[in-house]
Every structure is written in structure tokens, then in C-alpha cells.
Design a protein around this ligand. Structure first.
Ligand SMILES: [Zn+2]
Ligand SMILES: [Zn+2]
Length: 136
């Protein structure tokens, strides 16, 4: 966890946002939904919903990606920006949409069993980061 104010935006800039306070370190998700949504894998930080101030003019759209979660994206450029579990007080935010330096580091790779077959998740890297992982 690290604190301060962060800024982020989509590729075209039609959706911008500010996050105040602490952010979770980054989780890299290899699940099939993140895979299809992002085109590869989805790396996300997270923050309480009330800490995220989104500035857009009807350019942020939400897609119900499963029975329990939705994904927010820019209607103009298609950037994948947010993920929120129904009823959750926090929201995931695409780590790559944040301005650098983010001050964050990658914490964990998740749903590695769901990863596509054209790459391997580097287990050594996970160990080096000293994090727990869901890989068996
Ligand atoms: Zn955009
Ligand atoms: Zn995922």
C-alpha cells in the first residue's frame, strides 16, 4: 500500500480520473475474462470507490461481464479501465492507465491456470517478488 494522489486516463483522454489515498499493489489477472477484455492480461490496482473521482462526459460505459461483476471502459477509444464486483466498496483500476510514477509494485499473479498457451507465467519472478500466489 502506498498513498498520495494519482491521476489516470484512457488512451484518448475522454475518461480521466483521480484517486486519493492508498492503492492496493498490482494484481495481474490471467483469467479468460480479463484475457478477452484486455487482449492479453489485466493488471489492476484497487481503491475504495469513494476515493476514485471519475471525470467523463458520457464516455465511460459499463459492461456486465459476469453475473457478479462489471467492467468500465472508454466508449470512444475502448480502453479497459475499471472492474467492480457487485456490492463491493472498492473498485479495481487498470494499473496501466495511471500516470507514472505510480509508486506501486506487482503483488501477485492470479488465475494463472486460465492463462492462454502462448506464454508462461514466470514462477521465478513470483518468488522474487516474495508474494503469495494462487499457483499450485
Ligand atoms: Zn478513451
Ligand atoms: Zn481476471
Amino acid at each position: 500500500m502506498t498513498s498520495s494522489k494519482r491521476h489516470g486516463r484512457c488512451l484518448c483522454g475522454a475518461v480521466t480520473f483521480k484517486i486519493t489515498g492508498k492503492l492496493r499493489n498490482v494484481l495481474v489477472c490471467h483469467c479468460s475474462q480479463c484475457r478477452r477484455s484486455s487482449g492479453h492480461l489485466w493488471a489492476a490496482t484497487a481503491a475504495p470507490v469513494e476515493a476514485i473521482e471519475i471525470d467523463c462526459q458520457n464516455t465511460l460505459s459499463w459492461y456486465r461481464s459476469s453475473s457478479k461483476a462489471k467492467r468500465g471502459f472508454c466508449r470512444r477509444c475502448g480502453s479497459s479501465l475499471f472492474w467492480q464486483l457487485d456490492g463491493s466498496t472498492s473498485m479495481s483500476v487498470a494499473a496501466g492507465s495511471l500516470d507514472v510514477p505510480t509508486g506501486l509494485s506487482t503483488q501477485e499473479h492470479i488465475y494463472c491456470d486460465d492463462a492462454s498457451d502462448y506464454y508462461t507465467v514466470n514462477a521465478d519472478e513470483l518468488i522474487r517478488m516474495g508474494t503469495e500466489t494462487v499457483i499450485e
